[in-house]
Design a binder for this molecule. Structure first.
Ligand SMILES: [Zn+2]
Length: 93
């Protein structure tokens, strides 16, 4: 059920969940029971803080602030591929 916002003249705004098929134009305030009209407000569709927004921000930031590179990418040193002693005599690149 969607949440609708109502505004009481005395107590301010309050939310109420109602089915879409029966949305009242006004509700009684839960505090003072005064007739409170429904308020049309903006829908919260903010993307701030979402993974998609962070990715977009990071991609835009690389245009003006590219990541700092301190050297050429190197090959990781690992154990020799072979243990055959004849392979040591082969020419090196
Ligand atoms: Zn009230």
């Amino acid at each position: 059920m969607p949440i609708y916002e109502f505004s009481c003249r005395r107590c301010g705004r309050f939310d109420a969940s109602r089915p879409m098929s029966s949305v009242p134009d006004a509700l009684d305030c839960p505090t003072c029971a005064q007739d409170s009209p429904r308020v049309i407000s903006a829908v919260g569709l903010s993307r701030a803080g979402s993974p998609a927004a962070r990715t977009i921000d990071a991609a835009a930031r690389t245009a003006s602030e590219p990541p700092v590179v301190t050297g050429a990418p190197g090959r990781p040193r690992s154990a020799p591929v072979t243990t055959d002693p004849r392979h040591r005599r082969l020419p090196r690149p």
